[in-house]
Design a binder for this molecule. Structure first.
Ligand SMILES: Cc1cc2nc3c(=O)[nH]c(=O)nc-3n(C[C@H](O)[C@H](O)[C@H](O)COP(=O)(O)OP(=O)(O)OC[C@H]3O[C@@H](n4cnc5c(N)ncnc54)[C@H](O)[C@@H]3O)c2cc1C
Length: 405
């Protein structure tokens, strides 16, 4: 049976971040790490691809320049209730960078490989069995053995299901739709004008929403505990829009319309007919302060541990978990002690953990407050207070994470 020090199950942002941080901070372990990924890059991953500033900070600290990945920059993020609310701009930079996950994850995996990390693609893990002195990982291509296993296999991951078969799970429902930038058949883009910022040359995109990302919390009034979004994006260099709806399921016991109804309503305001486009759905497992994140010799990261409950934002969070898990694993090898019983506590105390706790609290307040006046107060009347609280407690945690040694 092949033996490694560290097996990482899943080559998405959380698994790759764990490996990249280990290679940077504990180079002696780099050649003893294996990442098992069931798909082949570039692989599809349903995701709107919004990268917040924290993701970019963490990537920069790894010496990676995410502007190499095709992207669209939104210079404002709007948080609205029934189309009016507040917006966030960042001084002299974009507020949100939007990438496609097939391109982003492929890029990150190539960066990991160029740093000497081994990735085996097309290997699906079937079972994870933790013993006192090792972990056995069963796959469709034979068994592997490791000192430590990292479950980075996403919201439906096998690692968590094997290690915590009876744990309570909180999952959000999410639908996503890609459309052209205008509902009417728009003139096809001129390929000669394509750039890494696919929006830069488009004069006729809906001017007001062009270059901005929108979240609207109006579905809360109909017991959908979440929001509808609309981001600029690009697919193969062609400008598109990405729409979707997120529901934490916090109001699942109430009577709710079909999830696609509020999304259809929002798209119709801009002349788009939801029925004309392919709708895709995927759950997001979200963080709760009581979430179990480790067992002896096994750590969970990314969606497997829990994404942001408030917005379902998980890319920066996945990168952040990777940084924390790498520290935990590196120290465990230095001390020869693999219980990982302090991992959850250290995650919760970290800037990432503090931001996740804040978002968990905000999700419970905002999504359980189904009164119109509350939503108007939060998004329109108390704008400066809301922005300040968001800046202090929700965004900007990446800077406070332990910097490059
Ligand atoms: C519709 C939708 C929209 C979203 N939009 C955003 C957004 O705009 N911004 C944002 O920050 N977040 C967004 N998210 C959340 C974000 O996609 C996730 O939080 C993020 O992908 C988590 O990264 P991860 O590495 O933990 O898991 P994943 O990205 O899910 O990666 C897990 C990897 O593990 C592999 N894997 C799974 N099972 C196995 C197995 N048995 N064996 C081997 N490999 C396995 C998978 O193939 C995959 O490559 C969105 C999610 C959804 C569903």
């Amino acid at each position: 049976m092949p033996e490694y020090d560290i097996l990482i199950i899943g080559g998405g942002p959380s698994g790759l971040s764990t490996a990249l941080h280990l290679a940077r901070d504990f180079p002696e372990l780099a050649t003893r790490i294996l990442i098992l990924e069931k798909a082949h890059y570039p692989r599809a991953k349903l995701c709107a691809g919004g990268l917040v500033i924290d993701a970019e900070i963490l990537l920069q600290r790894l010496g990676l320049d995410v502007s190499e990945v095709p992207h669209v920059d939104a210079d404002r993020i709007h948080f609205d209730f029934e189309s009016r609310g507040l917006h966030i701009r960042l001084p002299q930079r974009h507020a949100l960078r939007v990438i496609r996950r097939d391109e982003f994850d492929n890029w990150l995996a190539r960066k990991a490989q160029t740093r000497g990390l081994e990735i085996r693609q097309g290997v699906a893990v079937r079972n994870v069995i933790a013993h006192q002195d090792c972990v056995v990982v069963e796959t469709d291509q034979g068994d592997f053995q490791a000192q430590v296993v990292v479950g980075a296999d996403g919201s439906n991951g096998i690692t968590r299901r094997c290690i915590f078969p009876n744990a309570q799970v909180h999952t959000a429902r999410v639908l996503e739709v890609l459309t052209p930038t205008t509902p009417a058949a728009a003139a096809p883009p001129d390929p000669a004008k394509r750039t890494s910022d696919a929006y830069s040359d488009l004069p006729d995109l809906g001017q007001e929403r062009r270059g901005s990302a929108h979240f609207d919390f109006f579905p809360v009034l109909s017991n959908i505990a979440g929001y509808v979004w609309d981001f600029p994006t690009q697919v193969d260099g062609e400008a598109m829009r990405c729409w979707g709806i997120y529901d934490t399921n916090l109001l699942a016991s109430e009577k709710r319309p079909q999830l696609k109804e509020p999304l259809a309503k929002e798209m119709a305001r801009f002349g788009f007919d939801l029925g004309s486009y392919e709708i895709q759905g995927h759950p997001i497992r979200w963080f709760s302060p009581r979430t179990q994140m480790s067992a002896p010799r096994v750590l969970l990261v990314g969606d497997a541990a829990g994404a942001d409950p408030f917005l379902g934002e998980g890319i920066s969070v996945a990168l952040g978990y990777g940084a924390l898990a790498a520290q935990e694993i590196g120290e465990a090898f230095r001390q020869g002690e693999f219980s990982f019983d302090g991992y959850r506590r250290r995650v919760l105390k970290s800037p990432l953990g503090q931001a996740l706790i804040a978002r968990w609290t905000v999700a419970h307040i905002v999504y359980r407050s189904r009164w119109r006046w509350f939503q108007i107060l939060a998004w329109r009347i108390l704008k400066p207070v809301t922005v300040l609280l968001a800046w202090l407690f929700i965004l900007n945690w990446g800077k406070r994470m332990r910097p490059t040694p």
